[in-house]
Design a binder for this molecule. Sequence first.
Ligand code: PLP
Length: 287
Amino acid sequence: MSRTAYVNGAYVRQSDAVVSIEDRGYQFADAVYEVWSVFDGRLADLEGHLNRLERSLAELKIAMPMPRSALLVVLTEVVRRNRIREGMVYLQISRGVAPRDHVFPDNVRPAMVVTAKPVDRIAAAKKALAGITAKSMPDIRWGRCDIKTVGLLPNVLAKQAAREEGAGEVIFVDSDGYVTEGGSTNVYMIGTNGVILTRDLKANILAGVTRLTLLKLIAGTGLEIREVAFTLEAAKAASEVFITAATSLVMPIIAIDGHLIGDGKPGPVASALRDSYIIHARNTALV
Ligand SMILES: Cc1ncc(COP(=O)(O)O)c(C=O)c1O
């Protein structure tokens, strides 16, 4: 079945879909994006991603191309047309199309693209049962990683370097030796006292929507989580390390830079949190 994309007002065959060579997303990475996971044909953490989208757009002074209600129609229509039951939806909004000039063009309309693809949940579950490895890398990104822009070249290069070493994710480390976040995920460790740690949002990281939901879920358990900085060395010595994102949900990290975390197997806390997150996301997915 050929896939269908939404591109600036029309639903088109994805293989035929095109955007302008003067789209500012293409020329300047002047664009933001969001990714939702889809469970049973419905969008998980719907509101959280919409809230962050509006914030990212506002930070860049790009107007919402349409009201939330219309956006929802487009997102669900792309899911429906691609017959996605288990998968993900990608939304990208750029400042628009204009003759190349760094400063914002006048009267430009934002350009919007939505695509969707299926996810093999059984393969993902197997991956989580095995856990993945990570490679640490200096965090050389710009100072506004709180905005979810498509300017991802440092992330691309870091994730490629990880891949070339057989690692599944990058762990970015700031110039003081503290973990910031993953190449496309938020990072957590469990200290010797059983407390879960994750970097606070005052740091230059993205406020993960999965992170936000997980913090709320953890608050309803006996577990304690603190939003504080921790070093790469502390993470390597932790009993468990895991990451979260709409794409990987909750994923155990079993080794960093070849150093085993705990006994080198996914830990009980990460595995339980993955299950709780998936149950919650499935039960609260909307539209
Ligand atoms: C750099 C970075 N941090 C964190 C995340 C996790 O965010 P979310 O849970 O909203 O998917 C992502 C997701 O793409 C990301 O790119």
